[in-house]
Design a protein around this ligand. Structure first.
Ligand code: SF4
Length: 334
């Protein structure tokens, strides 16, 4: 599947049902469709990858990390219920997609947005702002609700047949499910499921990181998805893996100044990571937390192995934290 001849459409593909339907609605008119998804530490693109492969449409994965972090820190249109700058995020995604139109051999953009389906970003007003601020306003088509919206250039110029577009409105999704069946779409995740910026627990961590280390260190932002997080009395951060997958990610993302804590003799258990450079007191607290989650018997000294770049591994024995002590420094929803 190569480039289109310049008459194609470039669609934002989340992998959710609406974005998949929008692809099919345009394909039905014989329009060559390509898709794009915006990758960041807050957004899981796996649903989009899966959908693109099921739909057999080309997918470009765009690194949106710098854009979205800048918008989280300074959202001109404000945040939603959590840390989600949805209006600005949508507008920026459309702008980035717009900048790629020529490179993708396409002449207009489309999204799976449905009028009034989401409270913040899909009202008539919000959708207008989004298109306007994207700087590609007249080229943004919403095939699922187009008949309820002002005609766009693709419709006026006859690139698409407006008559064959839809007029979906509101949160009721029965029509979408019927269409999915008609188009034979098999798998689609729940809407908005992919964005961590709408998850309350994640946002507690994100705000906390912004206050302490800031959001400039992309590694620390990426690590927010991994394990349990703690703020030590010294102000340092400790992360403890919840399972083997977490442990592997912590080891893989450890920086030279970080300290890794594991059980002796390669016994299975949580990996602790102390974000360094950190003093002895922080190391002892991180070890006390890690041994608590390793289920070391309370009240008895427990040993860990400390690994850090530039010095040989060594053993450290501490008194494990109690559940209350661990809870007190945990970074999560109260
Ligand atoms: S839910 Fe997340 S990805 Fe979607 S528009 Fe809002 S901030 Fe952006």
């Amino acid at each position: 599947m190569g480039m289109t001849d310049g008459t194609g459409a470039l669609g934002l593909l989340s992998g959710g049902l609406d974005s998949q339907l929008a692809v099919r609605v345009l394909q039905q008119q014989g329009i060559a469709v390509r898709t794009i998804v915006f990758d960041s530490p807050f957004y899981d693109v796996s649903a989009a990858i899966k959908a693109a492969s099921a739909l057999q449409v080309p997918l470009r994965i765009y690194d949106f990390t710098d854009d979205i972090i800048a918008l989280v820190q300074n959202p001109p249109h404000g945040l939603g219920k959590c840390m989600n700058p949805c209006i600005d995020c949508h507008a920026r995604m459309l702008r980035r997609a717009g900048e790629l139109l020529a490179a993708e051999g396409c002449r207009f953009l489309f999204t799976g947005e449905v009028l009034n389906e989401r409270p913040m970003s899909q009202t008539r007003r919000a959708m207008g702002i989004v298109a306007e601020e994207s700087e590609y306003a007249d080229l943004v088509l919403r095939p699922l609700s187009a008949k309820l919206l002002p005609p766009t250039k693709p419709e006026i110029a006859g690139w698409v047949d407006r008559m064959q577009l839809l007029e979906l409105n509101g949160r009721r999704r029965s029509e979408q499910f019927a269409l999915a069946k008609a188009y034979g779409l098999q798998s689609y995740p729940s809407p908005a499921g992919g964005c961590l910026l709408t998850e309350p627990n994640f946002c507690v961590r994100l705000k906390e990181l912004r206050q302490h280390e800031g959001l400039d260190d992309r590694r620390l932002v990426r690590l927010l998805r991994v394990g349990r997080h703690f703020r030590l009395s010294t102000g340092h951060k400790c992360i403890v893996g919840r399972d083997e997958a977490d442990n592997a990610k912590l080891s893989a993302q450890r920086a030279a100044e970080d300290v890794e804590l594991i059980l002796p003799d390669d016994r299975p258990g949580p990996t602790g990571m102390l974000v360094g450079p950190a003093p002895e007191q922080a190391l002892r607290e991180a070890a006390a937390i890690t041994t608590f989650y390793a289920k070391c018997p309370p009240g008895e000294p427990a040993a860990l192995v400390v690994r850090q770049d530039g010095r040989p591994p060594f053993a450290l024995t501490v008194q494990p934290f109690t559940a209350n002590e661990a809870e007190a420094c945990s970074i999560r929803l109260a």
